[in-house]
Write a protein that binds this ligand. Sequence first.
Ligand SMILES: Nc1ncnc2c1ncn2[C@@H]1O[C@H](COP(=O)(O)OP(=O)(O)OP(=O)(O)O)[C@@H](O)[C@H]1O
Ligand SMILES: [Mg+2]
Length: 226
Amino acid sequence: MTLTLTDVTLTYPDGDTRLTALDRVSLDVPAGTLTAVVGPSGSGKSSLLAVAATLVTPDHGRITVAGTETAGLSRADKAALRRDRIGVVFQQPHLLPSLTAVEQLQVMAHLSRRSARAARGRAMDLLDAVGLADGAGRRPHQMSGGQRQRINIARALMNEPAVLLVDEPTSALDHERGAAVLDLLIGLTRERSTATIMVTHDRAHLDRVDRTVSMEDGRLSVPAPA
Ligand SMILES: Nc1ncnc2c1ncn2[C@@H]1O[C@H](COP(=O)(O)OP(=O)(O)OP(=O)(O)O)[C@@H](O)[C@H]1O
Ligand SMILES: [Mg+2]
């Protein structure tokens, strides 16, 4: 298993008590598969991604990313693990306004101190994979919302992550574009063998993902294997 969460509990301070955002959540995501997470607002979906991304440390439980148990890691080691093994696609693309599409991707390789020439090749390959090879020189204000979201996805894949975590990639898109982004994520997951978790409100098209799990009040329901 490339991404494993075991018995993960996360609470936040809430007045005099604590709010349980994740309640003993366990989930295995094999490489090359996409798990969709659905559930009502506030049920803990983004919290699940935050702990899987090692951005938030849970109160209890274990998280293993590509064979690395994260609990004992220093902050610096966690940052390196995120940079090298985990791709995160937040709902808002957060692209850098002054950079072109290809430069948005190259920045990631620069952070990993990879060779600039190899980075450009990989960036162009990924822009092609997300259908934007022709737009390599465009800046964010020259792109549509759907194009920016595809750049966001390509950028998350720049350092060949083992784990891809995607929060609501289709919420700002119409039905058709949402379906196209989902197809893209399914294809990239298979081709690049990532263990992918995608949070979504949109239950349309979920018949195409490998598995759909649901969150409710911090609890995760995983269907029995078919
Ligand atoms: N930083 C935080 N501090 C305190 N409480 C938080 C924090 N982040 C989230 N919560 C609470 O934890 C619960 C789960 O939030 P989370 O963001 O994981 O929900 P979600 O399922 O992603 O919701 P949405 O569909 O609206 O994005 C909510 O009750 C929320 O108010
Ligand atoms: Mg959320």
